[in-house]
Design a binder for this molecule. Structure first.
Ligand code: HEM
Length: 224
């Protein structure tokens, strides 16, 4: 079937990519940094990995990510606890039974991705931020392991998954490689609050306020 795209179709499509891709990626990075600030042990281990693999004379790049498994695990763990889209809708195309419930055709059902990521049946100490849980684990975010669905699953799953993961890993990784992050306006708070705000996406209730202190002086100009 031939389908002609109009100018409006193309504009709507590009707008869709910006709307779907910006907030979600930004939220993953913001929640990830907040978790790292509150977990100095994890932050230290992540920085050690980056310093060991990349050194201190250049900034982390996309091609370094395969050599940074702990950073990858940090982003997965962040998306487990803070999925940018906490609830995803589906409409049943035919009558079916799910978990003993009869679902008539054309019913909208909501998949609670947030609750799946915190389900004690699938996760040990589910509320703990512990990236090590992914060491040697096959569980990934690609929509095949239903306890971890930050990008959804099936035909309508996120088409920007690879870009979103790369963005979150490279941005978070270079942020902690280049700067030490101190909580609070004056950098004198021990931790940041983790309260969630309302929304279709999962924002923080309060903005993440922290102070960056340069740590890679050989690559960052001293004026920053
Ligand atoms: C960490 C970053 C991201 C997260 C957590 C995320 C998450 C999601 C989720 C949960 C869905 C719904 C999937 C479903 O219903 O099964 C979705 C849909 C979508 N995402 Fe992402 N996303 C991210 C980044 C991106 C990026 C970077 C782009 C594009 C540049 C993008 C474009 C889209 C589009 C166009 C849809 C709608 C797909 C459809 O309805 O067929 N996303 N995303």
């Amino acid at each position: 079937m031939e389908m002609k795209l109009t100018r409006d179709n193309i504009k709507a499509f590009i707008l869709n990519l910006f709307v779907a891709g910006s907030d979600s990626s930004a939220l993953a990075i913001e929640w990830g940094l907040a978790e790292l600030i509150n977990h100095p042990r994890v932050m230290k281990k992540a920085i050690e990995e980056i310093d060991r693999v990349i050194g201190k004379t250049r900034i982390l790049e996309e091609s370094d990510i395969p050599q940074l498994p702990y950073l990858q695990a940090i982003v997965k763990e962040t998306l487990r606890l803070h999925p940018a889209a906490p609830i995803i809708p589906r409409t049943s195309t035919e009558d079916c039974t799910v978990g003993g419930y009869h679902i008539p055709s054309k019913t909208t059902v909501f998949v609670n991705v947030w609750a799946l990521g915190r389900d004690p049946e699938y996760w040990d100490d589910p509320l703990e931020f512990r990236p090590e849980r992914f060491d040697g684990s096959q569980v990934d975010v690609r929509g095949q392991h239903f306890q971890l669905l930050p990008f959804g699953s099936g035909r309508r799953m996120c088409p920007g998954m690879s870009l979103g993961m790369q963005l979150a890993q490279v941005t978070l990784g270079s942020m902690i490689q280049c700067f030490e992050w101190k909580a609070g306006e004056d950098g004198n708070l021990g931790r940041v609050d983790m309260e969630e705000g309302p929304g279709i996406t999962l924002p923080r209730a309060n903005p993440l306020v922290c102070v960056p202190v340069a740590r890679l002086h050989s690559v960052i100009p001293s004026s920053i």
